[in-house]
Design a protein around this ligand. Sequence first.
Ligand code: PLP
Length: 377
Amino acid sequence: MKVPLIMTPGPTYISERVRRALSREITNPDLDAAFYEFYQETCNQFKKLLHTKNDVLILSGEGILGLEAACASLIEPGDKVLVIDNGIFGKGFGDFASMYGGEVQFFQSDYESAVEVDKLQKFLETNHDFKLATLVHCETPSGITNPIDIICPMLKKYGILTVVDAVSSIGGEVLNTDAWKIDIVLGGSQKVLSAPPGLTFLSISEEAWKTILNRKTPIIGYYCNLSIWKNWYEDQWFPYTQPISDIYALRAAVDILLEDKKALERHAKIAQALRRSLIEAGIQLYPKDGFSNTVTTFMVPEGVSFRRIYEDMMKEHGIMIAGAFDFLKDKVIRIGHMGENCYEEKIYSTLKALDQVLKSHGILLKGELHKLFVAYV
Ligand SMILES: *Cc1c(COP(=O)(O)O)cnc(C)c1O
């Protein structure tokens, strides 16, 4: 099977150093004291990445597991949950909250823009009786980054716990967990980290731990129950056998990201140049503002379908780009520029191929996408 260049917003390309880590000889992670140290050191690396002193855990499961575990562990039946919703993942958080008995109230904001902070502030003045709020840092399907730096402190003023899905932003956007007062922030291995899919990591504040450990009702389930992790290090006990190879790979990935002092700058620069080239060529971006530094979402040009573009990109160029799902299905195209994929040469190749494919379908572009990109980057 020929492997395509996967320019999707996760999973991303996995570097050789990470692949080698994945293939390391293993020990028994339940018995070997050295592995407890390794897991702890890996969590410490994530503390640096997330700018937090809070506990960090790595759980075996996709980003969705982190999101569900936060809801399952914090929410008791009848708890009031504010779901801040300006996109597919934001809205979806509401399903998890109500699944665990939460009484959900949505704050809906324009799906084509970043969450409107002024409106949220007004809303909170008269509605702030919530135990926790859920929100999404980067709405991956629409390519929008939300100002969680303003929103989380605003929520905390009312004593509302903050749970942030930062799966597609961690490592590619500025994120200051402690300064922004985020109680739980969660990420996934296969986005900017550029490790294999399969792990989620999350940081848990002291206040969140207190809430989790002092519930009136028991947490339903086991795998999503964060309380079983509370003393894993002191007790030298993991709730289940750790996916040691995946954790070796994730460790290499977080080390690489922390060594790269220019990662954030590169994500911002490449994202901006990519947007400028698309706009200049006459392609319409999906968002009106709040443009993400890790994924760019733009409209499928009139006269061609996403399927055709996808297939031609794959067949003729071996490059995979993404569409989206839900209400954005067949309407938009997405290029991921996360972690290992956030390099000029990869975006250049992708745009050169896209330029050819669009022109072969009779789409008129003002200029050549890849050449515009080179001029702007
Ligand atoms: C990718 C992603 C997730 C996790 O989805 P998985 O399919 O479990 O990897 C969650 N939230 C956001 C915003 C994402 O981009």
